[in-house]
Design a protein around this ligand. Structure first.
Ligand code: FE2
Length: 186
C-alpha cells in the first residue's frame, strides 16, 4: 500500500522538531508538494524520525483544541503493575497528545513499601524527571557497579538519565510521584 502525504505537513512537523525538512526527508521520494511513500514501513519510518504517529503524518492534524488538551483527574489511562506478585505501582497517564509523542507524563502511586520487595526495572530509553507529591520515596538505581539509594521527600525532584535501572519504594505509607518521561530528537 502506498501513501502520498503533504510536503507542507512534513515541513511543519519537522520545523516543530527543530529539524530541516531536507533532513527529515533524506532517503524519501518527494517534491515540493508531495512525499511519496511506497510502503507502510516507509510511513512508519518517517513517522518515527519525526516523532509523530503515522496517523498524524497522514491526516496532518493533532488532537489539540485550539492548542491545548485537557485531561481530567480520573480520565487518564490507568494501569497497575505488579513485581514479584505484589502490587508495586499504579500508573495514571496525565494528558497525552499526538502533538507531543515524545512526552509521557504519569502520576504514580507507589505501593511497594518493603525493602525486601524492591525490584529494579531494566531502565528505559527515555529521559525521566520525577517529582514527589505525596509521602516519601526511596529511589534505588543501578550504577553498573552496584545499587545506590537516595531518599526523596515531598517536593523533591530527581532527574534520571536513560538506561539506568531504577525503582521507587514508599518509606511513608503510600506515596505518590509525578514522572515525566521524554525523548527529544537526537
Ligand atoms: Fe522510570
Amino acid at each position: 500500500m502506498s501513501f502520498e502525504i503533504s510536503f507542507h505537513n512534513v515541513r511543519r512537523i519537522a520545523e516543530s522538531r527543530k529539524m530541516l525538512v531536507a533532513e527529515a526527508l533524506d532517503g524519501f521520494d518527494s517534491d515540493s508538494d508531495v512525499v511519496r511513500l511506497a510502503h507502510a514501513e516507509d510511513l512508519r519510518a518517517l513517522a518515527t524520525r519525526l516523532l509523530v504517529s503515522p496517523s498524524e503524518l497522514l491526516l496532518g492534524q493533532d488532537d489539540l483544541d485550539d492548542g491545548i488538551k485537557v485531561c481530567r483527574r480520573e480520565q487518564g489511562f490507568s494501569r497497575a503493575q505488579q513485581r514479584k506478585g505484589k502490587l508495586y505501582y499504579t500508573y495514571q497517564h496525565l494528558a497525552t497528545t499526538s502533538a507531543a509523542p515524545e512526552l509521557m507524563a504519569l502520576r504514580v502511586t507507589v505501593h511497594c513499601n518493603d525493602e525486601e520487595d524492591v525490584v529494579l526495572n531494566a531502565g528505559h530509553d527515555s529521559k525521566e524527571l520525577v517529582y514527589v507529591t505525596v509521602g516519601g520515596i526511596r529511589m534505588h538505581w543501578d550504577t553498573g557497579s552496584g545499587v545506590r539509594e537516595v531518599d526523596l521527600g515531598q517536593g523533591d525532584s530527581v532527574y534520571l538519565a536513560p538506561g539506568i535501572p531504577h525503582s521507587f519504594r514508599s518509606i511513608e505509607g503510600e506515596s505518590e510521584l509525578l514522572a515525566f518521561n521524554y525523548r527529544l530528537p537526537a
